[in-house]
Ligand binder design. Structure first.
Ligand code: LIP
Length: 262
């Protein structure tokens, strides 16, 4: 199956999953459990939406692998693995903020960020019906509108960041923000990494950085950034990941990387 066909499948599934997530939100959201910290929650909807995505993929592509936030990893026998965050921005979702996304990426190769090749990615916000999508080599799009990462004006960059759920990292995270602020016109903390990355691709943000991301947070958004002419990295010259994720247009990217020191 070529990247365009993988993208078409991801788009169809993301839209169906988004309808379910939005319906469950309107019905009222139940916290199912906490994970790494008290603030790190999973809702029944997270689990139900991931189950829908996984079932659709198993029906359409039974030989592919799967890596999901809520149900874990399963190796496939094809070269394709689906990397899925069923509801990215879970806390926003639980509080009723319309800023969350279904994030689905199809990658080839060993399914870890340093070794995979992202082929297709979709970041779909059902609350506002915005669908960002990309095919490797085919550009990044919002609906039918082609996206391009920004170049920064004299006032500095509009940059987003995030803070993991574990309070022990917050002092370090805030010190990093203080170090970066001289490069910025302002900072945003919107709570969904996949949408932060999609916004960098769309030029709605000039950049984004965050420590502690999981593969499903950045798999689709990272392809959007790259296909929109942006740059994305992680720890020194490495792939985006737990240690760090930095994404921006080319001009701001180098200054962010040098200042954050990865
Ligand atoms: C979230 C990320 C966000 C980060 C949060 C959390 P989740 O993912 O999208 O950028 O700051 O700590 O990791 O938990 O909503 O899927």
């Amino acid at each position: 199956m070529d990247a365009a066909a993988l993208a078409d499948l991801a788009l169809d599934i993301a839209r169906e999953a988004g309808r379910l997530a939005r319906t469950r939100r309107e019905e009222g959201v139940a916290i199912a459990a906490t994970k790494s910290a008290l603030a790190d929650i999973v809702t029944e909807a997270d689990r139900e939406v991931e189950a829908l995505i996984r079932a659709r993929l198993a029906a359409e592509r039974p030989d592919d692998g799967f890596l999901g936030e809520e149900s874990g990893a399963e190796r496939g026998t094809s070269d394709i693995t689906w990397v899925v965050d069923p509801i990215d921005g879970t806390v926003n979702y639980a509080y009723g903020m319309p800023h969350y996304a279904v994030s689905i990426a199809a990658v080839s190769g060993d399914p870890t960020p340093p070794t995979w090749t992202a082929l297709a990615g979709v970041v779909h916000n059902p609350a506002v019906d915005e669908t960002f999508h990309a095919i490797r080599g085919g550009g990044a799009w919002l609906g039918e509108h082609r996206l391009s990462a920004s170049s920064v004006g004299e006032a500095g960059g509009l940059v987003a960041t995030g803070f993991g759920y574990d309070p022990k990292h917050h002092a370090e995270d805030l010190a990093r923000v203080a170090a970066v602020m001289p490069l910025l016109r302002d900072l945003r903390r919107a709570g969904a990494a996949s949408l932060d990355l999609a916004y960098v691709a769309a030029g709605r943000l000039d950049g984004y950085f965050e420590r502690g991301l999981h593969p499903w947070d950045h798999a689709a958004g990272g392809l959007l950034v790259a296909e929109a002419g942006g740059l994305i990295t992680g720890a020194p010259g490495g792939a985006p990941g737990r240690e760090m994720t930095i994404a921006a247009g080319p001009e701001l990217f180098e200054r962010l990387v040098a200042t954050i020191g990865v």
